[in-house]
Design a protein around this ligand. Structure first.
Ligand code: DND
Length: 241
């Protein structure tokens, strides 16, 4: 272990909280995937995209990071961070290489991806590489995010292709930005799921089965999220199971 790393571990920075311990062997390159999202709620599209990134890019771990106060959702109604974190934890709990982190939820103020990546870069040794996983439609936007040049410098970007999305737009946005983004595009099997679709279904009393893990559905019901009406039978109510 390099001396700086030992110091950081001694300080309890890397081991503290819910971030993985990576980078121990200086002769090895470690790859950390970071799946950032509002996750309102998390669904199988997020999970499949992360799993495919894990496989295709040979990642060591994928850390799911629900955004605290998302930068781009000011003025929009977003479910409490604690609930979004809890659902993310439940959804990732049975996968040994998925982790859910409270890091952004616990931060004060608005959440910016560049700040999160800078923090991670600061606590991990240089043999840990970061792969920020995002939907391909967000790639076209990433060049406009706060301190995009830092994101480009610190992380590789993984763009998960959603059905029907034309990559030309994303490629053009990256090329025109003249920022040094390193983007890998992944073909993710047809999963046209979105959080808003799930919310609409809950509100309409429809099933979420096969769209998100059952534990997430149970949590939504138990905590009456997205307009679920309290019922005597809680999460066993067949309408959304
Ligand atoms: P979303 O609200 O799009 O997340 O936020 C994605 C990430 O971008 C968060 O970490 C934000 O903090 C960050 N961001 C956005 C804007 C500005 C800045 C940062 C800034 O720093 O200035 P969702 O919960 O909706 O989705 C999470 C991810 O999963 C997204 O990348 C989305 O594109 C992707 N996704 C899918 N991928 C594959 N198949 C599907 C998907 N549905 C969503 N069906």
């Amino acid at each position: 272990m390099d001396p700086n790393m030992a110091l950081r571990v001694a300080e309890g920075v890397v081991l503290r909280g819910d971030l993985p311990l990576l980078g121990q062997d200086p002769s090895v390159t470690y790859r950390m995937g970071i799946m950032g999202g509002t996750f309102d709620p998390i669904h199988n599209g997020h999970l499949v995209a992360a799993e495919q990134a894990f496989d295709d890019l040979q990642l060591d771990v994928v850390v799911f990071m629900p955004a605290g106060r998302p930068a781009f959702k000011q003025g929009k109604k977003v479910t409490a961070g604690e609930d979004r974190y809890a659902m993310t934890l439940l959804a990732t709990s049975d996968n040994p290489h998925f982790l859910a982190s409270r890091f952004e939820v616990d931060r004060e103020g608005i959440t910016y991806t560049a700040e999160t990546l800078e923090f991670l870069q600061g606590i991990y040794p240089s043999n840990v590489e970061f792969y920020f996983i995002t939907g391909a439609d967000a790639i076209a936007e990433i060049v406009t995010w706060r301190d995009a040049h830092k994101i480009a410098r610190i992380a590789h970007v993984v763009g998960a292709t959603r059905p029907g999305y034309d990559l030309a737009h994303a490629r053009q946005a990256i090329a025109e930005s003249s920022l040094p983004f390193d983007v890998t595009y992944l073909e993710v099997p047809a999963l046209a799921i979105s959080s808003s679709y799930l919310r609409e279904r809950v509100e309409a009393g429809q099933s979420l089965r096969y769209l998100t893990p059952d534990q997430v559905t149970g949590y939504i019901h138990k905590h009456h999220l997205y307009g679920v009406q309290p019922s005597r039978y809680g999460s066993t109510d067949v309408r959304i199971q």
